[in-house]
Write a protein that binds this ligand. Sequence first.
Ligand code: FES
Length: 104
Amino acid sequence: MRIAEHPILGAPEERKTVTFTHDGAEYTGFEGEPVAAALKAAGIAIHRYTKKYHSPRGIFCAIGRCTDCVMVINGQPNVRTCVTPLTEGMTVDTQFGAGGEDRR
Ligand code: FES
């Protein structure tokens, strides 16, 4: 789900590939890209479930304003994945509710 070549911007520059996990499964992405972009490229759209109705949420504003994309990153809940750079070995987990309680 990545753009391999853009009609105006051309081909993307070479970037370092890093490995991360999402809910225990291993994926790769580009170092420094937003975590949300790496998830989108991997076909993952659900980032969290709301506390009251357990509704799925994912990327909405993509500029760090709405909090729909928050996830548990490296054990820290409520991290906005659309503005958080991907790093090697990062653990990215689906967030349940407001505090990141585990309901897998
Ligand atoms: S999508 Fe809105 S804060 Fe990330």
